[in-house]
Design a protein around this ligand. Structure first.
Ligand SMILES: *[C@@H]1O[C@H](CO)[C@@H](O)[C@H](O)[C@H]1NC(C)=O
Ligand SMILES: *[C@@H]1O[C@H](CO)[C@@H](O)[C@H](O)[C@H]1NC(C)=O
Ligand SMILES: *[C@@H]1O[C@H](CO)[C@@H](O)[C@H](O)[C@H]1NC(C)=O
Ligand SMILES: *[C@@H]1O[C@H](CO)[C@@H](O)[C@H](O)[C@H]1NC(C)=O
Ligand SMILES: *[C@@H]1O[C@H](CO)[C@@H](O)[C@H](O)[C@H]1NC(C)=O
Ligand SMILES: *[C@@H]1O[C@H](CO)[C@@H](O)[C@H](O)[C@H]1NC(C)=O
Ligand SMILES: *[C@@H]1O[C@H](CO)[C@@H](O)[C@H](O)[C@H]1NC(C)=O
Ligand SMILES: *[C@@H]1O[C@H](CO)[C@@H](O)[C@H](O)[C@H]1NC(C)=O
Ligand SMILES: *[C@@H]1O[C@H](CO)[C@@H](O)[C@H](O)[C@H]1NC(C)=O
Ligand SMILES: *[C@@H]1O[C@H](CO)[C@@H](O)[C@H](O)[C@H]1NC(C)=O
Ligand SMILES: *[C@@H]1O[C@H](CO)[C@@H](O)[C@H](O)[C@H]1NC(C)=O
Ligand SMILES: *[C@@H]1O[C@H](CO)[C@@H](O)[C@H](O)[C@H]1NC(C)=O
Length: 778
């Protein structure tokens, strides 16, 4: 039997070798087909470029020709699909072209005309121009494998294959980050530590660090000046008769392999980034946790959940019954219980972390919070989570406990203002399975009613409801959500529709494909060189703010230096557009409504949200109008992230000229009162529908705040509003509030809360002194 196997292997190898051209100098006119001349060998026959077999088709790439397994080390256009055996590969002056039933495409595209190519003995496939200069090389575009002498340069990454036999893109990546760290993450996650499952260095090591792979199997990091920062593997492996490669495997682990060319056999593992196969985050799908079983792993569903696609670990699990979700979305009266699961650790992002509390308190806190579907207690902290849960694994010796909210029993009678707080209402049809109701008279009546409801709608929509609620859950899921740069490119069709431009960046219109929801994508320019972590923290703070007068941040993208934000789209432009366009000018009452709403937004930012947020750049351009002409404040929370000069005008001052509080000039500490000042200026602009500074007017009218105080003193306020018929008292009220807000001395300005009460006419408004009287007296 063994003989037969050997014979077959040898025969296969022989056949394969015959189908190759021993040609390391490939020139124009050369062609390959999967069946006859299938590849170009390197001089020693170690590597081959050309067709290799995958499943029932063929792909184009580089294989280790000298090993019987024909190990694939590189693939051209790895996600381009397979071709059948009548495809042809041509060497053209533009690169390597593939002709197949799908048409003709360049699988290797050269940046300039080429005249020859070579499969080198290092495993590097290179293209030369007429002066024999290398103009393209496969070593610069690694897929999942690195070969000795092949570096992974700063900013580049390799991505795992889908499986051992399918070389298209999988779900893990190894990134040589520009911060000098070599890190492994699941794909489609931002490069921040919470998603990382392997990192080379705990510190930053400069901006141009590369991963290098010595011929003796040593993996090491070099910095810009060629200094060895650290050895990841020791190297010192025998070179003669051996072949080495390092690969991020389909299971997410980076491994260094060695192959004995004389003994044949299998590749042996010399080193791996992790010995626990549950380490790679995302190896198990959502709502499941990873359990090691010897050398293999298993993904187990959370209690009450079942696998979406048994046999596919990454497909995850979903709740078997959506009764709980129905209670939630229909605002029905349901009782909940918490199911407990110990010995598992969860690394997903919570939406709230409660400070130290006991296990029981944690359970109770989640039970009382409608948004909380699970709580993880780690021995000291309580993390409230939404679903789905990710990155779970069994850890026998952990003190982590997870609680999952479940419905015990429900009554079919809707309770409009039940103990359960209002959840998101859905318009799905109601079909309800009554669980555990005994057949008392009442129970029977309820059952009859339910049956009638079922009959009327004529839909047994149990499954459908499940889906509906699944959607609702996903929509509620972690906002703001991280986006990949490519996703945003697609959403905005390559950033082709610019809808605004400001100091912090340019805004583009986009659309979320599956919901057709419009979004505004802001590309931040010159974000301060603070760490990604800080950026993330800020995003989370912004993401936690919810108020009807704030523009909602839906997501963000962190892709090296590229930082983008995704906001809900505001269809009516900015307050500046409507105030300063005579045809769009709103009536007095509408304007006052707008002013009060803006004040409400700032009151929330200053006093009501978790973390106090000072806006620092309030102006009509930053206040957007939704479809109902309700104002929403945008760009809050960005002040901390931008480089100082970005928000400074030519006068070297943060914020926008004309709206800036005087304390900026005096280098005094900045408080929420700086925002109150800017709000005061905006209020005067809303009042008069003109810009605060307008040099096209006569000199003594150019500065609005000075003009307003002048007319206030002289009792000629009516001059401010032209022929608009406005109640004198109303006008005076708003002018007084505006003048109080723009006092030079911050402590003389009212708080935003006071401002709102004054605008609503609830409290008396004192007579404002001259805005700069305080300065004049000292
Ligand atoms: C490779 O082929 C090109 C074109 O046929 C020829 O000009 C060149 O000299 C060859 N180089 C080597 C090293 O054989
Ligand atoms: C394979 O390539 C060689 C050299 O280019 C050529 O002479 C030969 O005819 C090719 N064989 C087939 C079957 O196309
Ligand atoms: C190539 O093969 C595919 C499937 O094997 C077949 O459908 C197609 O017609 C073939 N094309 C040519 C040009 O022979
Ligand atoms: C070949 O490439 C090198 C380096 O890019 C360039 O300097 C040279 O001019 C190119 N030669 C030709 C003939 O294009
Ligand atoms: C980074 O270092 C590599 C060699 O280590 C060098 O080729 C490259 O030019 C450097 N890049 C920058 C931007 O300094
Ligand atoms: C490279 O590393 C060495 C040693 O750690 C250090 O002295 C040098 O400044 C680093 N070079 C750069 C450009 O960071
Ligand atoms: C890495 O290994 C090489 C060879 O064993 C050794 O010379 C060098 O000092 C090591 N470098 C570091 C930073 O450990
Ligand atoms: C090589 O691996 C295969 C399966 O992975 C195994 O069946 C075989 O015994 C191994 N051969 C050697 C020589 O280790
Ligand atoms: C497993 O499920 C995931 C997510 O649903 C999917 O992307 C992937 O293609 C599936 N894998 C296989 C081998 O079917
Ligand atoms: C899930 O529901 C099915 C019926 O829809 C039931 O047969 C199965 O036992 C349930 N599984 C669990 C884990 O509750
Ligand atoms: C539901 O909760 C209420 C209030 O705590 C309790 O009176 C009632 O007995 C509970 N019903 C069930 C079936 O547990
Ligand atoms: C629990 O988590 C907090 C931070 O989330 C951490 O500081 C603390 O050490 C953890 N406690 C345990 C026992 O793991």
């Amino acid at each position: 039997m063994a003989f037969v196997v050997c014979y077959l292997l040898a025969f296969a190898f022989f056949n394969y070798a015959e189908a190759q051209q021993l040609q390391s100098n490939i020139s124009r006119g050369s062609a390959l087909t999967p069946t006859t001349n299938s590849s170009w060998l390197s001089r020693s026959g170690m590597y081959a470029f050309g067709f290799y077999k995958q499943g029932n088709g063929f792909a184009v790439g580089i294989v280790v020709a000298a090993v019987p397994q024909k190990t694939v080390v590189w693939t051209a256009d790895r996600d381009g699909g397979l071709v059948s055996d009548n495809a042809t590969l041509f060497f053209t002056s533009d690169g390597i072209a593939l002709q197949s039933t799908k048409g003709r495409s360049l699988v290797v595209q050269s940046p300039m005309p080429i005249s020859s190519a070579s499969m080198l003995d290092s495993g590097n496939f290179v293209l030369y121009n007429a002066s024999r200069e290398i103009v393209w090389q496969s070593f610069q575009y690694p897929t999942d494998t690195l070969l000795p002498t092949q570096p992974l340069l700063a900013g580049k990454e390799v991505r795992s294959a889908k499986s051992e036999t399918d070389h298209s893109s999988g779900i893990f990546r190894l990134a040589m980050q520009v911060d000098g760290n070599l890190v492994q993450y699941p794909v489609d996650t931002p490069p921040v530590s919470q998603y990382a499952y392997y990192a080379s260095l705990p510190y930053l090591a400069g901006s141009n660090v590369s991963l290098n792979f010595g011929v003796d199997g040593r993996l090491y990091l070099l910095n810009d000046t060629g200094e060895n920062l650290m050895n990841i593997t020791n190297g010192g492996l025998p070179i003669r008769g051996k072949s080495h490669l390092v690969r991020i495997d389909a299971d997410g682990i980076l491994r260094l392999y060695s192959y004995d060319l004389k003994q044949k056999g299998n590749w042996s593992i010399i080193w791996e980034s992790s010995t626990n196969r549950c380490d790679p985050k995302g190896i198990c799908g959502v709502n499941s946790y990873c359990v090691t079983m010897g050398a293999a792993i298993d993904c187990k569903c959370l209690p009450g959940f079942e696998s979406v696609n048994p046999g596919n670990q990454t497909s995850g699990c979903e709740r078997n019954s959506s009764v709980g979700d129905v209670c939630r979305s229909k605002n029905w009266n349901c009782n909940y219980t918490m199911q407990e699961l110990g010995s598992t650790a969860w690394y997903d992002e919570p939406y709230v972390v409660l400070p130290s509390s006991g296990k029981e308190d944690c359970k109770q806190a989640c039970l009382e919070d409608l948004n909380c579907l699970a709580a993880v207690f780690n021995g000291s902290r309580c993390r409230k989570q939404r679903l789905p849960l990710r990155y779970g694994r069994r850890e026998e010796d952990t003190s982590h406990v997870i609680f999952l909210k479940e419905v015990v029993m429900s009554s079919a009678a809707p309770a409009p203002d039940a103990v359960v707080p209002k959840g998101s209402r859905k318009n799905g049809r109601i079909v309800f399975l009554i669980v555990g109701v005994s057949f008392t008279a009442l129970g029977s009546i309820l059952l009859v009613i339910s049956v009638i409801v079922l009959w009327k709608h004529n839909v047994w929509a149990y499954k459908r409801m499940n889906e509906l609620n699944g959607d609702a859950e996903r929509n509620e899921d972690v906002v703001p959500r991280p986006y990949a740069y490519e996703e945003l490119e697609k959403m905005t069709t390559n950033f082709n529709e610019e809808v605004g431009r400001g100091a912090s960046g340019t805004v583009y219109k986009g659309v979320i494909e599956n919901s057709q929801k419009l979004v505004a994508v802001k590309r931040l320019e010159k974000v301060a060189a603070e760490g990604d972590k800080e950026f993330q923290t800020e995003m989370r703070i912004i993401g936690r703010t919810h108020h009807r007068n704030l523009v909602r941040l839906l997501g963000y993208c962190l892709d090296g230096p590229k930082k983008l934000l995704v906001y809900e789209y505001m269809s009516n432009g900015s307050l500046a557009d409507i105030l300063f366009t005579p045809e769009r000018k709103p009536y007095w009452e509408e304007r006052m409504g707008i002013a009060r709403n803006i004040a409400r937004g700032f009151l929330y930012l200053h006093e009501e949200c978790d973390t106090q947020i000072i806006h620092c750049d309030i102006k009509p351009q930053n206040i957007l109008m939704d479809e109902y002409m309700c104002p929403k404040i945008s760009d809050f929370g960005l002040a901390k992230l931008l480089q100082p000069e970005q928000t400074r005008t030519t006068t070297g001052i943060r914020g926008t000229k004309g709206y800036v509080a005087p304390e900026w000039h005096r280098k005094m500490p900045i408080t929420v009162k700086a925002d109150v000042y800017s709000f005061g200026i905006v209020l005067l602009e809303i009042l008069c529908c003109r810009r605060n500074v307008d040099w096209s007017l006569p000199h003594d009218e150019a500065i609005l705040d000075e003009l307003v105080y002048h007319y206030f003193e002289s009792g000629e306020l009516r001059k401010l509003v032209g022929d608009e018929n406005i109640d004198r008292k109303q006008l005076e009220k708003v002018v007084k509030v505006g003048l109080l807000c723009i006092q030079d001395e911050p402590s003389l300005r009212p708080s935003m809360k006071k401002v709102l009460l004054m605008l609503e006419g609830i409290v008396e408004i004192p007579v404002p002194p001259s805005p700069n009287s305080f300065l004049n007296t000292i």
